[in-house]
Structures are given as C-alpha cells and as structure tokens.
Design a protein around this ligand. Structure first.
Ligand SMILES: [Zn+2]
Length: 176
C-alpha cells in the first residue's frame, strides 16, 4: 500500500524554493519541499450578524426600500451607511420609493457555482430616486435579449415573495 490509500489525493510534487536567490548556500527547507495536494470538500455554516445594516433587510422583507440620510449634511446614500462617508455624521433611516434609473450594467455569462443563479447574470448600477448615490444589484426580467437593456431606462425594486437563502436576495431590480 502507499499513496493509493488517500482517496482524494491529487498529486505529490516537489515544490520549488520560491526564494532561491536568498539561499546561495542551498535550500534550508529542502527536506520539506515534497508537497501533497488533495481535494478537500468543505461545508461550513456561519452565524452572521448583519449589524447596523439589519433594518435595511428587515424592511426589504416588508416590501420597503429604506436607506440612510446623514443628519449632519443631508446626503442620502443609495446603499445605507450608518455613518456618512462624507462628513462622518451619524445617519437616520429614510424610505425611498424604490424606483430609479439604470446608469450602468454588466452582463456575466459565467458566474461561480456557489451563486446559484442563471446566466446571463446582469449586474445593474442604479441611481435611486431620492438618493444621492448609486445602488448595485441584479437586474431580472429584462426579456428575451440583453439588447433590451439600455442605460437611462427606468427600473424599480422588486421584492421576493418566496423564502430566500440570504437577505440580500429579498430584492432585485426590474425594468419599470
Ligand atoms: Zn454627511
């Protein structure tokens, strides 16, 4: 028997000395350069707190799009920020109508498997009505061709009605 005992073995190989230029008298790690590479399936479950952003997701679940407005300078952030990035003032929650204008977008024909989404995946950059900055999220229901998508087109927030895997999936954009 031998290495065939390791079911998930990919290879055993000799790793190069990455700093050979600093070892003119020989590789001090010579005996440790024989390296095993394995395939290791990992399945983690995290308990993750959404912190000061929680209200954004709570209201999405209620079918409302809320964001934050700086109490000091009045700037309304498209993506909520507990603290204003311009003046460091603490913000307050405000409700927006959930409509906006598509200012830019990106079409992905390949996405990582963990995303569990259909391709083409369209990522939209939207100037939200009532906000001073943009919001980025998926654009869905754009029809039978990505050619239907045009910058400047009106879009609106759509809200999930089925249970989702992550609160961020409680919303997406659609043509208005
Ligand atoms: Zn501010």
């Amino acid at each position: 028997m031998g290495l065939e005992l390791i079911k998930n073995l990919l290879e055993v190989y000799k790793a190069e000395d990455p700093m050979a230029f600093q070892h003119p008298d020989g590789d001090p790690w010579e005996e440790f350069r024989e390296v095993m590479r394995i395939e290791w399936k990992m399945d983690f479950t995290y308990r993750h707190v959404l912190g000061k952003y929680s209200k954004f997701f709570i209201e999405l679940a209620n079918g409302k799009f809320v964001t934050t407005k700086c109490k000091k300078c009045g700037k309304v952030w498209g993506i909520p920020r507990p603290m204003c990035a311009d003046c460091l003032g603490i913000t307050t929650w405000v409700e927006l109508p959930g409509t906006g204008t598509l200012t830019s977008y990106s079409v992905s024909n390949f996405v990582p498997a963990f995303m569990k989404v259909e391709t083409p995946y369209v990522l939209a950059v939207v100037k939200m009505d009532g906000a001073d900055t943009h919001f980025t999220h998926q654009l869905r229901n754009w029809g039978d061709s990505v050619d239907n998508i045009k910058t400047g087109m009106p879009v609106k927030v759509a809200y999930a009605t089925e249970p989702v895997e992550h609160p961020m999936l409680l919303m997406w954009f659609e043509p208005a």
